[in-house]
Design a protein around this ligand. Structure first.
Ligand code: ADP
Ligand code: MG
Length: 341
């Protein structure tokens, strides 16, 4: 009988692709399953490679984003994956499926955004592909970066007792998405706080310098960028490291703008746990490296601890624990279905 992809979900499907694909562990010590692949070109040089697609109607809506922001974001989400490995982004390729309604000026604006983002983080566009699309705008961006083999940080290195940190604040982007949709529906109260949340959604800033510093100093045992929400991305680290986690609810960093935002459908914490697209870095640090971490002066918050027991738990202000449900976006389950890992 044919199995439906919706029965497996996005991550189940990727897992299956990985298991049925031959590996070359010598040349590609990190392949399918991390933020970027790590490919050995020579003993001294490792290439990092990542690719992400953005599809109109799935990842973005041209009524709520301008083309400059879309270009910026398409580059930023890939740079974020290089950051999550502790690498330095160098080169970019962009492939487009362009629908009939986009103009030359639109594509020009898109590339202004792409190039501005790449320039800010030291990368350069070197190629791609251009096709027509019958319906929506389809964008694929690939970024290549580099890192010394010994400093690359995988998702799989977290160990029991390591502390869990996250850069910046979580949930702003998810709330920003809801607010920009509301604004489109005629809600006109775009205060500076609302604009800031929307800005975090439309033009995320990848944590390239932070990822690189953490890797160079040998501080992070595991790292991932928060693209699908804290619960989902911490879940990936736990699964690949063969560990569990305890997270303290009141330590999860929420911006004052998110806490104060009016008219959101869900409580702020929900956006942090399952909103996604924050592109902050989530990383783990062995206890004996904490001092070194504070010397780096990275804006990061300790939110919990890695455990031997392979489940994720959330501890509330009263010290009571409950299972932390994985509730990020899955392309095929098509809903934010909660399940316990
Ligand atoms: P991220 O959110 O960090 O971009 P994804 O969840 O998109 O990561 O992908 C997880 C891993 O699976 C990555 O290593 C990615 O390269 C790999 N992957 C995803 N889709 C495919 C595919 N169709 N074929 C091969 N590898 C894939
Ligand atoms: Mg990632």
């Amino acid at each position: 009988m044919n199995m439906k992809i919706s029965d497996l979900g996005e991550f189940g499907l990727i897992d299956r692709i990985g298991k049925t694909t031959p590996r070359n562990a010598k040349r590609a010590p990190i392949g399918i399953g991390d933020d970027a692949a790590a490919l050995l070109l020579s003993p001294s040089s490792t290439l990092l490679a990542t690719t992400d697609m953005l599809i109109e109607g799935v990842h973005f809506d041209l009524t709520t984003t301008d083309l400059y922001s879309l270009g910026w974001k398409a580059a930023a989400v890939n740079l974020s994956d290089i950051a999550a490995m502790g690498g330095v982004p160098r080169f970019c390729l962009t492939a487009l499926g362009i629908p009939p309604f986009l103009t030359v000026e639109d594509i020009g604006e898109f590339y202004r955004g792409v190039n501005a983002c790449l320039k800010k983080f030291g990368a350069v566009l070197v190629g791609g592909d251009t096709c027509s699309s019958r319906k929506g705008f389809v964008i694929n961006v690939t970024v290549l970066g580099e890192a010394l083999r010994k400093v690359i940080v995988a998702r799989s290195g977290a160990r029991p007792g390591d502390l869990i940190y996250v850069t910046g604040t979580l949930g702003d982007s998810g709330a920003g998405l809801e607010l920009v949709r509301n604004a489109e529906c005629g809600v006109r109260s775009k205060t500076p706080a609302v604009r800031k949340l929307i800005g975090k959604h439309l033009r995320p800033v990848p944590r390239v310098a932070e990822g690189r510093k953490l890797a160079a100093a040998g501080i992070a045992s595991a790292m991932i960028d928060v693209s699908d929400g804290l619960s989902s991305d911490l879940g990936h680290v736990c699964e690949q490291s063969g560990v569990g986690a305890e997270v303290f609810a009141d330590r999860i960093p929420l911006s004052k703008e998110l806490r104060a935002a009016k008219g959101l459908k869900l409580p702020p914490m929900k956006y942090a746990l399952s909103g996604g697209e924050d592109y902050e870095l989530l990383f783990t640090v062995p206890p004996d490296k904490i001092k070194k971490l504070s010397a780096l002066r990275i804006a990061a918050t300790e939110i919990g601890t890695i455990t031997r027991v392979r489940s994720m738990r959330m501890i509330n202000e009263r010290g009571q624990g409950r299972p932390l449900m994985v509730s990020g976006y899955d392309h095929f389950l098509r809903l934010r279905r909660g399940h316990v890992r």
